[in-house]
Design a protein around this ligand. Structure first.
Ligand SMILES: NC(=O)c1ccc[n+]([C@@H]2O[C@H](COP(=O)([O-])OP(=O)(O)OC[C@H]3O[C@@H](n4cnc5c(N)ncnc54)[C@H](O)[C@@H]3O)[C@@H](O)[C@H]2O)c1
Length: 337
C-alpha cells in the first residue's frame, strides 16, 4: 500500500492518541471516519476538525456491533485505538470487556472486506520481563492474576493473538503496535494520561508530587508527535503487515527524574516537593505490582518503518507543560464566568 490518499476508520478518535493521529491524517489529505463514545475522550479534542469535509465523527460505542453495521465497507485502513487502560481505579472488568469485545467487533468488520487493520497494544504486555531493552520477539511475563493491573496487559495480549489469528484465518493484513508511555497535548489530565499529567497539575497548583514506590522505576517517555509518526508509518507501509512493533523513545528516566525535570520546566522556586507513596497504599487494598524498568528496542521499527523518536524529553515536556497550563487556565476562567 503506498502513501496515496486513504479512507481511514479510526476508533478512539476523541482520545489522546486518536485526536493527535486525526490531526496528522487530515493534514496529509486523508479522509477519516472517527468513532468514540466520549467515555474518556473529549469533544474539545475534535472541535478544530468537526467542520473539516474530510472528517466524520460517529459518537457510538464499539461494544455495540450495530456501530459497525451502520458503516460502509469501503475503508482502506482501520486503526483501532479505543480501549480501556490500566484499571488503577478498579473496574478491571471494563478493561477486559472493552478491549476484548471491542476488538472482536473491529476485526469482524475488517474481515468482511479484508481491510488492513492496525491494532493498539502496549508495552505493558512485556510485564515483569527482566531484560531491557525489550525486543518484539522475546517473552511476555505477566504477573499474578490477583493484581488488577495485569488485566490490561492480558486484554491487549488477547487482542494481539486475535488480530494475528484473524489475519491467518481470513487473509487480511493486521499490524500490532506496542506503545511506550506517550505524552503531549490532549493527554488525559489524570493518572489515565500518565504520571506527567498528574505531576504537571501538582506543579501548577503548588502541590506535593505523589510518587508511587521509591521513584526508581524507569520509563522512556515518548512525545506524541513521535508516537503518531510510528502509527502513521505502520498504516501506510506494507512492510508493517503481519508484524508487531515497539513504538517508543529511547531515553530511560526514573519517575523521580521526571518529577525533577518537570519542576525545572515549571520554573517553580526551590527543589521539587515530592512524596513517596508505598505501593500497598495505591490501589484500594488490592495488590499492586510495578514494572521497574521499561525500555523498548526499536531496531525493528527503525529498519522496517523508518521510525525513530526525535523529541528529547526536555522539549516534549516543555510543550506539554505549556499546553496543560493553558487548558487549566481556560478551565479556571470558564468557572469564574
Ligand atoms: N497513551 C499511551 O501512552 C499508550 C500506551 C500504551 C498503549 N496505548 C494504547 O493506545 C490506545 C489509545 O490510547 P490513549 O492514550 O489515546 O487513550 P485514551 O483513553 O485517551 O483514548 C481512548 C479513546 O477510546 C474511547 N473509548 C473507550 N471505550 C470506548 C468504547 N467502548 N466505544 C467507543 N469509544 C471508546 C475513549 O472515549 C477515548 O477517547 C489504547 O488502545 C491504549 O491502550 C496508549
Amino acid at each position: 500500500m503506498s502513501d496515496q490518499k486513504k479512507k481511514v476508520l479510526l476508533t478512539g478518535v476523541a482520545g489522546f492518541l486518536g485526536s493527535n493521529l486525526l490531526k496528522r491524517l487530515l493534514s496529509e489529505g486523508h479522509e477519516v471516519v472517527g468513532i468514540d463514545n466520549l467515555c474518556m475522550g473529549r469533544i474539545e479534542h475534535l472541535q478544530p476538525y468537526l467542520e473539516n469535509p474530510g472528517f466524520t465523527f460517529v459518537q457510538k460505542d464499539i461494544m455495540d456491533p450495530d456501530t459497525f453495521n451502520s458503516l460502509e465497507k469501503d475503508f482502506d485502513i482501520i486503526t483501532h485505538l479505543a480501549a480501556f487502560k490500566i484499571p488503577r481505579y478498579g473496574n478491571a472488568s471494563a478493561t477486559l470487556k472493552v478491549n476484548s469485545k471491542g476488538t472482536e467487533h473491529v476485526l469482524e468488520f475488517a474481515k468482511d472486506f479484508a481491510c488492513k487493520t492496525v491494532l493498539a497494544s502496549t508495552s505493558d504486555v512485556y510485564g515483569m520481563r527482566p531484560d531491557v531493552p525489550f525486543d518484539e520477539e522475546g517473552v511476555c511475563v505477566i504477573g499474578n492474576s490477583k493484581v488488577p493491573r495485569w488485566a490490561y496487559a492480558v486484554s491487549k495480549l488477547y487482542d494481539e493473538h486475535l488480530g494475528l489469528a484473524y489475519m491467518d484465518d481470513y487473509n487480511f493484513p493486521v499490524s500490532i503496535l506496542r506503545f511506550f508511555g506517550s505524552y503531549g497535548p490532549n493527554q488525559h489530565l489524570s493518572w489515565w494520561g500518565g504520571p506527567q499529567s498528574v505531576f504537571i497539575d501538582c506543579l501548577l497548583k503548588g502541590e506535593v508530587i505523589p510518587i508511587h514506590g521509591d521513584g526508581s522505576q524507569t520509563r522512556t517517555f515518548t512525545f506524541v508527535e513521535d508516537t503518531v509518526s510510528g502509527i502513521y508509518a505502520s498504516m501506510m507501509k506494507d512492510e508493517a503487515n503481519g508484524e508487531i512493533f515497539n513504538i517508543g523513545a529511547h531515553k530511560e528516566m526514573t519517575i523521580l527524574d521526571l518529577a525533577h525535570l518537570l519542576h525545572k520546566i515549571s520554573g517553580n522556586p526551590g527543589e521539587a516537593n515530592v512524596k513517596l507513596i508505598p505501593y500497598d497504599e495505591i490501589q484500594q487494598g488490592k495488590k499492586y505490582q510495578d514494572v521497574m524498568r521499561r525500555v523498548p528496542d526499536t531496531t525493528k521499527a527503525e529498519r522496517m518503518l523508518g521510525f525513530r523518536a526525535q523529541f528529547a524529553p526536555e522539549d516534549g515536556l516543555k510543550i506539554t507543560y505549556e499546553w496543560q497550563k493553558a487548558v487549566r487556565q481556560a478551565q479556571a476562567q470558564a468557572e469564574t464566568v
